[in-house]
Ligand binder design. Structure first.
Ligand SMILES: [Zn+2]
Length: 130
């Protein structure tokens, strides 16, 4: 026969276990989404991912939600395609033909290569499309 305390403790443990499992699932799904979203906005995707993992480890689901909310607020200042250098030319993203002036990478500042078939800039230093 269980005492009331044992039932309460078991319930509490079950709740904590649920929080941990929910936090892990949220971390995997949210982490992948946040990483891709931050990268597309030219933000420090790795820094945000580490922050999210640490917060979830120490604060479980609560820490995860806090970082996610902070990220959602911060990313408002970083629209997709922000920080494009002037070399992108008039008309913004994806000008026709090969631009005469090579654009500088927004992350490292080195000149980038224009790939017309992808309509994107490629930074050989960062090994990433901009
Ligand atoms: Zn670069």
């Amino acid at each position: 026969m269980d005492t009331a305390f044992q039932v309460l403790a078991a319930g509490l443990l079950a709740w904590l276990a649920f929080l941990c499992v929910a936090a892990i699932v949220a971390l995997i799904l949210g982490g992948v989404w946040m990483y891709r979203d931050a990268e597309s906005r030219g933000m420090d995707a790795v820094v945000w991912l580490i922050l999210l993992i640490l917060a979830t480890l120490f604060g479980t689901l609560i820490g995860f939600v806090i970082v996610l909310v902070v990220y959602l607020v911060v990313r408002e200042n970083h629209p997709v395609g922000a920080g494009m250098p002037f070399g992108y030319g008039p008309g913004g993203y994806g000008p026709a033909g090969y631009p005469s002036v090579p654009a500088a990478c927004p992350m490292c500042g080195n000149p980038m290569t224009w790939y017309p078939q992808y309509a994107r800039w490629y930074c050989p230093t960062c090994a990433q499309y901009r």
